[in-house]
Design a protein around this ligand. Structure first.
Ligand SMILES: Cc1cc2nc3c(=O)[nH]c(=O)nc-3n(C[C@H](O)[C@H](O)[C@H](O)COP(=O)(O)O)c2cc1C
Length: 340
């Protein structure tokens, strides 16, 4: 029922400023779920379990990070059929993010540009919100980042703080070091910095595994704006360092495909259709470098089952959607699951 209703709801939401529409739809989802109505408006997705990084995902489709930054809409989003939800990015301290406006629609291109800048309630509040979810039975990923005020030299401390806090509550953790909206963050993707971050988190994971008896796998999330040589180098670092898995990709700084659009010059990361084939290529390159040792979750401009299957053919074991979900609604989740 929600699938039928979504195109009309979207037409109204798209009349509103983008971030306002986002908050309104998230609040609407939460209220409908609280009233017990969302269950009757949605259908259970087909069961298509995928074993990945030692976890059993009920189906291959997840929500990419950044939509539920506060981790307060888990039950409602779960009802829509997602097999996994990645909440966050959560940073050690709460932060407001960048000035408004910071989210732009480019409907002609089925795209978004955002420079949100990790607006989030902080890891403690985010996890408290996540703990109050009751009905979601899928896999919960917690995406972590560094605060804007933390210099890159101390970035690993921020990741370590958030990692340790998230560990008891997350099924997996993603360290996001590829957002274009935190100044200097992508510099952490250099081989040297990536190796250090990976070592810090691996050591912490090993300590927490011993202490808790529970192994929580973690991913690093990469940008699509990497040269082939960098991908080869990073793949070696990831393999040698024992990374559990990779999420590819984040948003792009490229603007070629949207040139001439009034919002094309807005600073930030571009997502959606202009990213589809490029992120698939990056997945294929990482897959070539990583082999079977380090599996991949693919994201970037998935608008159809075909787009998702192309990511699978390139080497992704699971997929995540964000911009395609905004444009197409929950029908997209079911469509991909059926075709997978
Ligand atoms: C508005 C917006 C906010 C985002 N925030 C985050 C974030 O906080 N952390 C993160 O790792 N990725 C974030 N992303 C990136 C998405 O998770 C995803 O990797 C990217 O948008 C590509 O997928 P898509 O084309 O399906 O949107 C954000 C994307 C958008 C559009």
């Amino acid at each position: 029922m929600l699938n039928l209703f979504y195109p009309a709801a979207r037409a109204i939401l798209f009349l509103l400023e983008a971030e306002r529409a986002h908050h309104l739809s998230m609040a609407g989802l939460r209220h409908t779920e609280k009233l017990g109505l969302l269950k009757s408006m949605t259908t259970e997705p087909e069961s298509k379990p995928v074993t990945f990084a030692g976890l059993t995902f009920p189906n291959p489709v997840g929500l990419a990070a950044g939509l539920d930054k506060e981790a307060n809409t888990i039950d409602a989003l779960g009802r829509l059929g997602f097999g996994h939800l990645e909440v966050g990015t959560l940073t050690p301290k709460p932060q407001d993010g960048n000035e408004f406006p910071r989210l732009f629609r480019l409907p002609q291109h089925k795209a978004l540009i955002n420079r949100m800048g990790f607006n989030n309630p902080g890891i403690d509040q985010g996890l408290a919100n996540a703990r109050s979810a009751t009905s979601f039975k899928g896999i919960l990923g917690v995406n972590i980042g560094k605060n804007k005020v933390t210099p890159n030299e101390e970035a690993n401390d921020d990741y370590a703080i958030a990692f340790e806090k998230a560990y008891p509550w997350a099924d997996y953790i993603t360290a996001n070091f590829s957002s274009p909206n935190t100044p200097g963050l992508r510099e952490l993707q250099s081989e040297g910095s990536a190796a250090k971050l990976l070592k810090t988190l691996k050591n912490l994971q090993s300590k927490l595994h011993k202490e808790t008896g529970r192994y929580v796998p973690f991913a690093l999330k990469v940008a699509p704006d990497l040269e082939e040589k960098q991908i080869t180098g990073l793949s070696r670092v990831f393999r040698d360092g024992g990374l559990d898995f990779v999420i590819a990709t984040n948003t792009t700084l490229e603007r070629e495909a949207v040139k001439g659009h009034p919002s094309a010059k807005e600073a930030g990361g571009l997502s959606g259709a202009p990213l589809t084939s490029h992120s698939t290529e990056v997945i294929a390159q990482f897959h070539a470098g990583l082999g079977k040792d380090v599996p991949i979750i693919g994201a970037g401009g998935i608008f159809s089952a075909e787009d998702a299957l192309a990511k699978k053919a390139a080497g992704a074991s699971l997929v995540q959607i964000y911009t395609g979900f905004v444009y197409r609604g929950p029908a997209l989740i079911h469509e991909i699951i059926r075709a997978w």
